[in-house]
Write a protein that binds this ligand. Structure first.
Ligand SMILES: Nc1nc2c(c(=O)[nH]1)N[C@H]1C(S)=C(S)[C@@H](COP(=O)(O)O)O[C@H]1N2
Ligand SMILES: [Mo]
Length: 516
């Protein structure tokens, strides 16, 4: 074909890129494994040990990315060669594409992890797409034989007929669109594959029994608008992640770093092998308004943070623990919190299941008594010991307090705001929490009258919330009910209204309702 070398190579490169993306992603959509992984495994298995060592030394944890990009570069380069060959013979270009596909096919067929059919279909469609894209692009880049345009254009130095500007632009747009389609397909595919792998990993996990289990969940009160244990699907979710990080287990490591004698790294398997505790712990968001829903109680299982730190040997200057996530969110809290007897843990399970992706799979921090933004790193990747002064975690420069214990709070869940209830005896109900101190007393008052003591659900430990309820007579008309809790230290929550920023809302939850 009468196409300049540059355009032919470009056409070949982008066509190959699109073919590669299709072949890499389509098998995932068909429920299979990406041929790129089969090829990658084959390359790794076939590499001599010195090469593997060198790759790990040189690229560290980026070795997989380097392998992936090497594949992309190789295929794109082969595509460029095919494009150049196509100037003489399109058949020769097809041979290059087919030989590359054959290589992928062989990698797939020897891969014990791969279902062959989806991979073969992916490769076949990839070949067709690459061939058609190359054909189409070359056609676009071929000057019409009865070229009417006499406009002066740059003459390529390789003897190809010049292109008029319109054709040239059309070719460039088409080549750009092909490259764009390849990139989009590739991005979707890589997201999809980590998602699939992470979900499959999560489904396969068997959480070992905690050696130190949580006590039983008491029966609770009736009516109970809010359960003692909030099911995972109903649990509030707060984070800065635009999309939930999906973390395949094989790629995940927990690093313990900073001001410690022996920094070390744990795999998920190793973490699961450590002695675990299980506890009922209420976690809360500092931005929760009085009466709001950004609080929940769950049964968490994990490895005591103290144990993880002791193995590293915290140095005396390591006065701050920074929890960093895979997406670089950070929390920071005083190191003493890990050693003061509360059950701070690296949690791996929530209500008997591996952590849901939205709640931090594969591992997160849970620190009883501290608001989430200073303690509860989800998708935990690193625990770094640093000085208290040396680092401010994510939300601190954004105007939130550096030390943020959860304040004693209580909430009316029944009646709802503005509800209409039947006049006569009415059961008021809700929850109250004061993690680490525990809730000892909850009182309500109707229409500014006397405070009345409520029944409390049996304690699940000081870190967990308690349900409260009380039956009061309500006369027909408009009413207002208020609630207040007293913690295990005998301190009653403060009445003064304080906004969430900078260290948590205060005030009594107040609900207006009508009885008829
Ligand atoms: N990686 C990461 N972890 C995070 C956050 C975040 O933005 N990113 N937000 C924190 C905040 S502000 C809260 S309140 C809790 C909420 O935990 P949940 O979504 O499991 O309820 O997670 C904490 N952990
Ligand atoms: Mo939060």
């Amino acid at each position: 074909m009468d196409v300049s070398r540059l355009r032919a190579a470009l056409a070949g490169a982008v066509a190959a890129g699109l073919g590669l993306a299709v072949a890499g992603v389509l098998p995932l959509l068909l429920g299979g494994r990406s041929p790129l992984l089969s090829i990658g495994d084959l390359v790794v298995d076939g590499s001599p040990p010195w090469l593997k060592d060198w790759a790990i030394d040189t690229f560290g944890t980026a070795d997989k990315a380097v392998l992936f990009w090497s594949m992309v570069v190789t295929v794109v380069a082969l595509g460029a060669v095919a494009g150049l060959l196509a100037r003489r013979s399109f058949l020769a270009a097809l041979v290059v594409i087919d030989v590359a596909a054959l290589g992928a096919l062989l990698a797939v067929l020897q891969d014990p992890l791969t279902e062959p059919v989806p991979a073969i279909v992916g490769i076949a469609v990839g070949v067709v797409v690459a061939s058609l894209a190359l054909w189409g692009l070359l056609r676009l880049a071929t000057p019409a034989t009865d070229e009417a345009s006499t406009e002066a254009v740059a003459v390529p130095d390789d003897g190809a007929k010049p292109l008029d500007p319109l054709t040239r632009r059309r070719f460039l747009v088409a080549a750009g669109a092909t490259a764009g389609a390849a990139v989009i397909t590739g991005v979707i595919g890589s997201r999809l594959s980590t998602r699939l792998v992470a979900n499959a990993d999560r489904a396969d996990i068997v959480i070992p029994m905690a050696g130190d289990p949580a006590g039983p969940v008491p029966a609770g009160l009736a009516p109970a608008p809010t359960p003692l244990i909030v099911p995972n699907g109903d649990f509030y979710r707060i984070d800065t992640a635009l999309s939930t990080p999906m973390v395949p287990i094989a790629d995940w490591r927990l690093e313990v770093t900073g001001l410690v004698d022996n920094p070390y790294t744990l795999t998920y398997e190793e973490l699961l092998g450590l002695p675990m505790i299980e506890r009922h712990v209420t976690i809360a968001c500092v931005s929760n308004e009085v009466g709001g829903g950004l609080v929940g109680n769950a049964t968490w299982q994990g490895v005591p943070l103290a144990r993880i730190l002791d193995r590293a040997g915290v140095q005396p200057e390591g006065t701050q623990i920074v929890g960093r996530s895979v997406d670089d969110f950070t929390v920071g809290f005083p190191t003493e919190v890990a050693f003061d007897g509360r059950d701070a843990m690296v949690a791996i399970a929530m209500n008997g299941e591996p952590l849901p992706p939205d709640h931090g799979f594969p591992a997160r921090l849970i620190v009883p008594g501290l608001y989430g933004y200073v303690s509860a790193t989800k998708w935990l990747a690193e625990i770094e010991l640093t000085t208290w002064e040396g680092y401010d975690a994510y939300w601190i420069p954004r105007g939130w307090a550096k030390e943020a214990p959860i304040k004693t709070q209580s909430r009316v869940d029944r009646p709802g705001r503005g509800a209409e209830v039947g006049a006569g005896p009415y059961a008021f109900a809700g929850v109250a929490w004061a993690p680490t101190r525990g809730v000892d007393r909850v009182e309500v008052r109707l229409d500014g009258g006397e405070w009345v003591d409520c029944d409390l659900s049996e304690s699940m430990g000081a870190d967990a919330w308690r349900q409260w309820s009380v039956e009061l007579d309500v006369a027909p008309g408009d009413h207002v009910v208020e609630v207040r809790a007293t913690d295990g230290d005998g301190v009653t929550q403060s009445a003064e209204e304080v906004p969430p920023r900078p260290d948590g809302a205060e005030g009594y939850h107040t609900v207006r309702f009508t009885a008829a």
